[in-house]
Design a protein around this ligand. Structure first.
Ligand code: GSY
Length: 158
């Protein structure tokens, strides 16, 4: 079993429902046990065209899936949320990023782990630091990231 961290983001539609559906979908995935879900943050969009604010969170899980297996799960969850890949960096119903998978390192065209831009993204590092402060030591300033008054539910029966 490996401890992995996935980043969740949504800025279209019912944002909290999309994030919760991702958590539920992960909990229902064979080979995945959701260990913890960070607080939810409302965050200023980074990059791309003018677009609505995001909700972001990070999920910790124990898994025997490979990084590529986790990427496939991420894509399945994004499709289930009705995500349409229209514009790079554009608004989306659900984004699921593979951030860390134990100490594994992957450098392929469509998958780089650890996530290559995570350390410069406060919308990732703040919730990641809530789950494990040692993973976020010395990372980006927290500008543009505000704690939201809502919580995601960690499903009990996995
Ligand atoms: O990379 C994830 C999608 N994304 C986000 C995001 O999740 N949050 C914020 N605040 N900005 C973003 N820009 C992109 S692209």
């Amino acid at each position: 079993m490996t401890r992995a961290y996935l980043g969740l983001g949504s800025n279209l539609g019912d944002r909290v429902a999309h994030l919760q559906a991702a958590v539920d979908g992960l909990a229902a995935t064979p080979g995945v046990t959701v260990v913890a879900v960070s607080p939810v943050y409302e965050t200023d969009p980074v990059g791309g065209p003018p677009q609505p604010e995001y909700l972001n969170a990070v999920v910790a899980l124990d898994t025997d899936l490979t990084p590529r297996g986790l990427l496939e799960v991420a894509h399945r969850l994004e499709s289930a949320a009705g995500r349409v890949r229209a514009e790079r960096w554009g608004p989306r119903t659900l984004d699921v990023d593979v951030l860390l998978v134990g100490t594994e390192q992957v450098d392929e065209d469509d998958l780089v782990v650890p996530h290559p831009r995570m350390r410069e993204r406060a919308f990732v590092m703040v919730p990641l630091g809530d789950l494990d402060p040692s993973l976020a030591a010395g990372s980006a300033p927290e500008a543009g990231v505000r704690r939201a008054e809502l919580e995601l539910v960690l499903p009990e029966a996995q």
